[in-house]
Design a protein around this ligand. Structure first.
Ligand code: ADP
Ligand code: ZN
Length: 349
């Protein structure tokens, strides 16, 4: 097998395995990583129908019992009531701390199942099995778990690292185009914050052609920031590039603009303003928007800057009237600057 293994050394250490045809061997990998008696597979209805049978078969082949928790796909399921149902399910099926949760799906599944695993019996092991590009390059690694509250996205959650991440790139073959583009926005983000050469590669070659390496490079970059700052008080904030304004766009659109598309707009607008203010090297904005366009992503925010600023400022990153804004200085190099929340409007149009 020619899979790539990236070791993450946070407080709990684990491997991210990236490759082809991995689901069929997931049972063996899971047994070696945590040796569970029961695995509760958590998945949305779409992903369950496509990939659960192979995963289940590979688990039962290892003598592991399987329980299945399926929920309706979509962000609406990342809520307290589904979280509660999942906890009750784990309890009813008598899972113990020597058992395991398997999050099979995109970011919604990973966040929900991760938070349930983190809190059930004060924490049981879980494995992330991302099936979207966004989850593969971002949400499945680093241990952020959460559900949404009525008052905002990801407002209840905790840091809780998985025992293993299995990224079977073959599962991306069924991903809808829009979801692929969503993930591409995060991929481009990594290039902008950390790696100019990678960014230029994304410009020259279609990511589709070398997607295994694209995912691996993004996970490596995520490893660097997450191991330096597991609990998101410093360097890890770099990963929020484009996200403050992006969250504003998501909110102003009542979440009809999806995450990656909103982040793309946020990255472009911040970069434009950084360049106008002379903080960012000439040509960076043009380079970024060219790449966004190539991957079918938007670069313009269509909402009123005042509304965007207001929506961005109630974000959880606003502390004591200050906002940590991630600002590009050049392709592949971003810095964290604290700015007064009142100034965010200068960056929002
Ligand atoms: P994200 O990963 O962007 O946070 P979700 O977890 O909501 O988002 O997944 C996005 C959508 O894509 C959901 O409707 C989900 O059912 C679907 N999906 C996830 N993975 C796959 C896949 N490999 N093939 C087809 N559809 C998928
Ligand atoms: Zn994101």
């Amino acid at each position: 097998m020619n899979e790539k293994i990236i070791h993450i050394n946070t407080s709990k250490e684990y491997d991210v395995v990236i490759g082809r045809n991995l689901l069929g061997n997931a049972g063996e990998m899971i047994r070696k990583a945590a040796d569970p008696r029961i695995v509760a597979i958590v998945s949305d209805d779409n992903v369950f129908a496509l990939y659960e049978p192979v995963l289940k078969e590979s688990l039962t082949r290892q003598g592991i019992s399987v329980e299945q928790f399926v929920f309706p796909h979509g962000e609406c399921s990342k809520c307290i009531s589904v979280y509660e149902e999942l906890l009750e399910f784990l309890c009813e099926r008598r899972l113990t701390r020597s058992d395991m949760v398997a999050a099979l799906g995109g970011g919604v599944t990973g966040d929900l199942a991760g938070f349930a695993a983190a809190t059930y019996q004060r924490g049981i092991n879980y494995v992330q099995i991302p099936t979207t590009l966004l989850a593969a390059v971002d949400s499945s690694v680093g241990g952020k778990t959460a559900v949404n509250l009525r008052g905002g996205k990801n407002q209840a959650g905790c840091f809780y690292q998985p025992s293993l991440v299995i990224c079977d790139v073959d599962t991306l073959s069924t991903l809808p185009e829009r979801e692929y583009k969503n993930g591409c926005a995060e991929v481009i983000k990594y290039g902008m914050i950390k790696d100019e050469a990678f960014l230029m590669n994304l410009k020259e070659r279609d990511a589709h052609e070398w997607i295994d390496d694209v995912i691996a490079r993004c996970v490596e970059m995520k490893r660097e920031v997450v191991s330096a700052d597991e609990f998101d008080t410093g360097e890890r904030m770099l990963l929020n590039f484009g996200h403050t304004l992006g969250h504003g766009v998501e909110k102003c659109s009542d979440f009809s603009v999806s995450h990656g598309f909103a982040v793309a707009q946020g990255m472009a607008v911040i970069t434009k303003n950084a360049q106008i203010k002379g903080i960012c090297a000439e040509g960076t904005y043009e380079l970024l928007t060219g790449i966004l366009e190539k991957y079918g992503l938007p670069a313009v925010i269509k909402y009123d800057p005042e509304d965007i600023a207001k929506a961005a400022c109630v974000d959880k990153k606003s502390q004591g009237g200050q906002i940590s804004l991630i600002i590009p200085e050049a392709p592949g190099k971003c810095v964290i600057r604290k700015i007064p929340a009142a100034e965010i409007i200068q960056w929002a149009s």
